[in-house]
Design a protein around this ligand. Structure first.
Ligand SMILES: O=C(O)CCC(=O)C(=O)O
Ligand SMILES: [Fe+2]
Length: 377
């Protein structure tokens, strides 16, 4: 049944643009609940038209070839608790957050076997039979567990070639029974591990701003975690679409665990640089909120994922540390400790409502919140 739905979707794509009813095609795809994986599995050698991105956004698909040495910084956390070594690590994290907005951490204390089983669990979920997986298919704003294909399906200018499963880990009391059985144990375990890594990184980031080690924790930055398990199946026309279009992450930091299939690129000095994951490492990036509270010291940098042209699926387990504990009527903005006559605030204060409404209403490719609240002299 999944295959029949996929076949009719692909047939629609070749109808010719005059008769192509884009909304109808999107709705059919959504209602079939087959995900992009279902389209990929159908064996079609073309993609539905609503996955095709405008030529303008495809023209710079090829990244700059980069050696590991030229890529995002790799930071060794093994001597984190050595007081003589720590300042050096703080400096590395600070430099990376200021320039690239991205870095990889190695020797972070989580066993490679745990990383591997987390990715395997995400993969196993996405490779469940249609009858089982489709029960989780939803298209709602947040809460609980949700498997979806393209968050922005109805709003964005073009769909992206990937599926994902999302779960609120904290502080929503995650009802473990709600998680699909095939990845339940691993997602729950990952929540514990990633919290530890996130806290350690946030302490370094906090120190890098000249603040107390515990400042971010005090501000509850490690407390809100959303898990997203992405799956980028083989795409038969990977040069016509994207895995995820260029965007910045809205929250504090993101901790990303990728499998070995490449595809993630980060914008650096006006060029797209491919990230080469170090096996056993984790990728960390600064989100918009951290750029704002750091008064622009740290940078939330655009990144994207190329559609996967290899037969091996690309899998990533992403945890977003977001902000949550807004006090009623409070406003947020650059931390007062980081604002002075020499370094005036470059962002205005904003409310929770403003932040959330921007987050929920913008398509992945529209203007960022950071730009909207920038103070222009
Ligand atoms: O899958 C990836 O490597 C990146 C995902 C990503 O950028 C995101 O979910 O915000
Ligand atoms: Fe992202």
């Amino acid at each position: 049944m999944a295959t029949a739905a996929a076949a009719s979707l692909v047939a629609d794509a070749s109808n010719g643009s005059t008769t192509y009813d884009r909304m109808k095609a999107i709705k059919e795809f959504d209602e079939a609940k087959i995900g992009v994986k279902g389209l990929s599995d159908s064996g079609a050698d073309t993609i539905p038209e609503f996955f095709r991105h405008p030529q303008s956004s495809l023209s710079d698909l090829k990244p700059v070839r980069t050696s590991v040495a030229k890529g995002i910084p790799v930071i060794d956390l093994s001597s984190l608790n050595d007081l003589a070594q720590r300042p050096k690590i703080v400096q590395q994290v600070k430099d990376a957050a200021k320039t690239w907005g991205f870095f990889q951490v190695v020797n972070h204390g989580v066993a490679t076997s745990v990383l591997d089983s987390t990715l395997e669990a995400v993969k196993n979920f996405h490779e469940l039979p249609h009858e089982v997986k489709s029960k989780y298919y939803k298209r709602e704003e947040f809460g609980g567990v949700m498997y979806t294909s393209n968050n922005d399906l109805y709003r964005s200018s073009a769909a992206c070639w990937h599926d994902s499963i999302q779960a609120w880990l904290s502080p929503m009391p995650l009802n473990e029974e709600d998680l699909p059985e095939v990845c339940r144990k691993e997602v729950v375990a990952w929540n514990g591990h990633v919290k530890g890594v996130g806290e350690a990184v946030m302490e370094l980031l906090s120190e890098g701003l000249g603040l107390d080690k515990g400042k971010f924790k005090e501000l509850s930055f490690p407390d809100v975690r959303v898990f997203v398990g992405h799956y980028y199946p083989y795409c038969p026309q990977s040069d016509l679409t994207m895995g995820i279009t260029s965007h910045t992450d809205p929250g504090v930091v993101t901790v990303l665990l990728p499998n070995e299939v490449k595809g993630l690129q980060v914008r650096h000095d006006g060029e797209w640089v491919e990230i080469e994951p170090v096996h056993g490492g984790l990728i960390v990036n600064v989100g918009d909120f951290l750029q704002i509270v750091s008064n622009g010291e740290y940078r939330s940098v655009e990144h994207r994922v190329i559609a996967n042209g290899s037969k091996e699926p690309r899998v990533s387990a992403v945890v977003f540390f977001n902000l949550y504990r807004w006090r009623e009527g409070d406003v947020y903005g650059p931390l007062p400790e980081l604002v002075s006559a020499d370094r005036p605030a470059i962002y205005r204060d904003f409310t929770k409502e403003e932040f959330n409404s921007n987050f929920y209403s913008k398509g992945l490719d529209s203007k960022s919140f950071v730009d909207k609240i920038k103070i222009v002299n």
